[in-house]
Design a protein around this ligand. Structure first.
Ligand SMILES: [Zn+2]
Length: 313
């Protein structure tokens, strides 16, 4: 059986179970974290993460793909503690956000590729934790630097076999830019999730992603903007009607975010949490004629299919 790396060590892909393919344990601002450490209480953050992950476990979630990139404060030991204390298996990412980062802007593409490969094969720093997925992000448009990040992502993917999960800006259809660069790099798009696709209301755009062979990450479920949960459910049901359930994954892009109070979040966007897909959104899909088998396909089988293709090529 294929084995993949998680925050707490190798797991069998058959044991992934119900998987949320794009979440975060903790997102931060590295310069603020470095210069104003007194503003943060990582122990309190961990307690919040553990309580939210335990709720997810109770709702049936077994695996979370944490797509926090290096440049959004990825903290592998923190993720490992959250996984150990909650029982949820968490896959840790390498990769970069779309921000212009001074360090990475002066690294040759090959050096960026090597760093991603090192995170995956040797482990992240001296933590002993191996990355099991590569994050890429393109917003508001693909710049020349972003294109280099995408090429490094594609090359590290091919060298290691670990899948790619992305952040896009659907308003500018940046998922198609990512696909074009990945195709130029020879990437098998069946190992790529084009994220935030449910922020789009353009079925032709989503159709192009699916026709390329990539997965549509419907992974901002629970956020009221730019589309309501009902609108997201309508679009997903329409794609399923067209026979595309085998190209969809579901998730929230939720998690603890430094600078955003948990109380304010719960008041303003109460559905933006790890439990909304299993507990409530699934029902919105059933109301639209989506069967339990299809929901299982999108939350169990599709993530496993993406992750079980572990061979470099
Ligand atoms: Zn995200």
């Amino acid at each position: 059986m294929p084995t993949i790396q998680s925050a707490t060590g190798p797991i069998d892909t058959n044991d992934m179970g119900f998987t949320l393919t794009h979440e975060h344990v903790l997102v931060s601002s590295p310069p603020i974290l470095l210069q104003y450490p007194d503003r943060f209480d990582l122990d309190a953050d961990l307690a919040i993460a553990v309580s939210n992950l335990k709720a997810a476990y109770e709702a049936g979630v077994r695996t979370i793909v944490d797509l926090t990139p290096i440049t959004l404060g990825r903290n592998a030991p923190h993720i490992r503690s959250a996984a150990e204390q909650s029982g949820v298996q968490i896959i840790v990412a390498t990769g970069l956000y779309y921000y212009h980062d001074v360090y990475f802007s002066v690294q040759p593409t090959d050096a960026i590729t090597d760093l991603f490969v090192e995170d995956i094969e040797q482990g992240i720093g001296d933590t002993g934790i191996h990355a099991g997925v590569i994050k890429a992000a393109t917003e508001p448009e693909m710049t020349r630097l972003n294109e280099r990040f995408l090429r490094a992502t594609a090359r590290a993917h091919r060298r290691t076999g670990v899948p790619i999960g992305t952040h896009t800006f659907p308003e500018a259809q940046t998922g198609l830019d990512q696909i074009r660069v990945f195709q130029e790099e020879g990437v098998d798009l069946g190992r790529v999730i084009i994220g935030h696709s449910d922020d789009s209301d353009d079925i032709d755009y989503l159709d192009q992603i699916i026709q390329s062979g990539a997965y549509c990450g419907m992974d901002r479920i629970g956020l009221p903007n730019p589309r309501t949960s009902e609108q997201r459910a309508d679009m997903i049901a329409a794609l399923i009607q067209r026979g595309h359930a085998n190209r969809i994954t579901l998730s929230h892009d939720a998690g603890r975010m430094h600078g955003f109070s948990e109380e304010v979040k719960a008041e303003r966007i109460p559905d933006w949490r790890y439990t909304f897909v299993p507990l409530e959104f699934s029902q919105l899909l059933r109301d639209r004629g989506v069967s339990d088998d299809t929901i299982e396909q999108m939350t169990v089988h599709n993530p496993r299919t993406i992750f079980e293709q572990t061979q470099p090529y």
